[in-house]
Design a protein around this ligand. Structure first.
Ligand SMILES: [Zn+2]
Length: 265
């Protein structure tokens, strides 16, 4: 499971030494801790104004591989974000950018122009943050950005359909949705399966294809040793079946009608 990676705690440090220390601490903690048995990739800084290339080099050298959502800190302008994203990429750190209305206190609107200019590796919840972008802007991001997308569970089916439709049906790889999240559900693991059902039904894609968005695409994009069934890769499996009493006769048919499958890890 891949987290956006940043730690949101009361009094989150915003000075550069402090934010780097927190990111490194989180990376170490999740390296040592498997909540519910799940492997979690996390530990990322919320970038703030004043960071220089050496800060990203320091984070990379310390084992941090993710940049927290751009836009949650004081860096909100497209050109400033682009510079830091480029530094992060140069040092092997992947980046994600918040998209849509403000998220946490202190964050602001990240519109399509900022997203395109920042050029982060993943467009966070392309179908919308807490408040979705206009549908036309979602479509424009799908068409113009060569980067990967994740989607927020909490957003509307219509946005899912547009972002999934243009991403998977009209635009060739690697512009595929390979990264998702299930924020706000309080059930992250099962939430991903529920999200696949929503994406399949709203995006009008076969459920088995939607699950591939989240597994193989993510594995390739993130350089993971799981997510694909091949000799030499980690044997991390999720066993699923159709939910009890669902109308769908098979697991895939049930997912396609937006039913969350039963799962075991
Ligand atoms: Zn966000």
């Amino acid at each position: 499971m891949i987290s956006a990676g940043e730690v949101h705690l009361p009094g989150r440090p915003k000075d550069i030494v402090g934010l780097k220390a927190l990111a490194i601490t989180a990376q170490r903690a999740f390296d040592n801790f498997r909540p519910g048995g799940v492997k979690v990739l996390a530990g990322a800084p919320v970038i703030e104004k004043g960071m220089v290339e050496q800060d990203f080099a320091d984070l990379a050298a310390a084992g941090v591989k993710l940049l927290g959502e751009v836009g949650l800190g004081s860096v909100k302008a497209g050109d400033e974000a682009q510079q830091m994203v480029a530094w992060a990429r140069k040092h092997g750190i992947q980046s994600t950018i918040h998209t849509g209305g403000p998220a946490i206190p202190g964050s602001g609107l990240i519109d399509k122009d900022v997203v395109l200019e920042a050029d982060a590796d993943v467009i966070g919840h392309i179908n919308g943050g807490h408040t979705s972008l206009p549908e036309a802007h979602v479509c424009e991001l799908c068409e113009k950005s060569p980067r990967h997308r994740d989607r927020a569970q909490r957003q509307r089916a219509r946005r899912h359909r547009r972002s999934a439709g243009s991403a998977a049906a009209e635009v060739p790889a690697p512009r595929d949705p390979g990264h998702r999240r299930a924020g706000g559900l309080g059930r992250a693991a099962a939430g991903h399966a529920a999200h696949d059902g929503l994406l399949s039904s709203a995006g009008r894609h076969p459920a088995e294809l939607v699950f591939c968005f989240a597994t193989g695409n993510t594995a390739r994009m993130r350089g993971l040793n799981c997510g694909l069934i091949e000799v030499g890769r980690a044997a991390d499996f999720v066993f699923m079946d159709r939910a009890q009493h669902t109308a769908g006769r098979t697991c895939w048919r049930a997912c396609n009608s937006a039913t969350c499958p039963a799962s075991a890890w």
